[in-house]
Design a protein around this ligand. Sequence first.
Ligand code: AMP
Length: 418
Amino acid sequence: MPRTEPIKAVRGVRDILPEERALWRVAERAAARVAHRFGYREIQTPVIEHLELIERVGEDTDAVSKELYRFEDRGGRQLALRPEATAGVVRAYFEGGLNQGPQPARLYLIGPMFRYDRPQKGRYRQFFQFNVEAIGGASPAVDVEVIELARAWLIEVGLDKLTLELNTIGDDQCRPAYLDLLRAYYRPLRDKLHKECQRRLEINPLRLLDCKVPQCQPFKSGAPKMTEHLCEPCASAWAVVRKLLDAAGIEYNLNPYLVRGLDYYTRTVFEFYPSGASGQQDALASGGRYDGLAAAESWPSTPGVGFAGGLDRVTELMASEGEEVVPEPAADVIVLPDGDLVAEAAEIARLIRVVRSASVDYEPRSLRAKMRAADKVDALWAVLFNADEAKRRVAQLRDMRSGEQREVMWSDLPELLA
Ligand code: AMP
């Protein structure tokens, strides 16, 4: 037999072990609870989509151009692992007939996303998002609704020191003329920009505004601002968003450099950061309006707005803020047969499981060793019995906290433990 190394997890992905899952569950349950409180219903879409769907909505984003997991399946189909959820949720909205129901369709999804990013702390190749989408609603009040929902979720998990960054990027009426102004401003500075920004200058100048490379920073403050070049409908939507945020008592920073580099994004963009975080740090949640997305997928033009929150980031921050989660015991009751009494132990566990979680120690070891193991798993009760007791269908019920122990009938266990 050749000796081989054990096979480890794939680079850039990780296991979330039971101890950590306790904290994750707090974040996920809060997400579902808050989403329901706002009238959003859960949806799940596949992690695989047609490559074309993902590419069409994501060209020139890093997530698609450099980081996409793409492959051919056994039937020769070109597929991708989703790098984000919105494209698939919008597809499902039309394919599932949600466009025929009440509008907007208010949807949320919690699930894994995949990006072939450079692995580092807080950046994984499989990561999890809490995704919220309101599709089929054009009112700027819905923009504020999803902002409020994102904020309520973060506060609910204890992350209440938040900074909200806000901007508008106009729409297909006012943005083209603004992009011309932006190009005209940057063209004389072209040689001073880093290489990628030089390339973007003509094809996607909005991305110059969120460039993080130091050599490009000095020129931003002089650049024309979208907010000063909005068409009338965009300007009035922008005014409503700010008015409603003020009415809700939600503070925000106007950030003219917060943009999305894709044409189908319109108007509101926002990001939540932990207060005091540097600009280089990941957002906890980011979102915005995407009125052009449905049409980019060749569906009828339909407005939408939403956000994605990063569960990996949020749970890491919860842990570092000292969020205490008492892990649940693996089982409330542990059944400890003294000797080879497998069938009897299974029968007792079956009786108990009607009212409580129960597990059995089937290992061939002494009762002493079993007791020591039981102490470690934080069970509330132990049920001990030997062959003689099994014949009489009785067992010792031990309260693991007080150490008190008494003989009971098996048939009385459900009532005693309920
Ligand atoms: P984005 O879809 O890039 O706007 O990101 C939305 C959320 O997902 C942010 O809160 C990020 O923290 C999180 N996120 C994005 N990429 C990753 C990654 N590679 N690993 C972990 N979290 C991520």
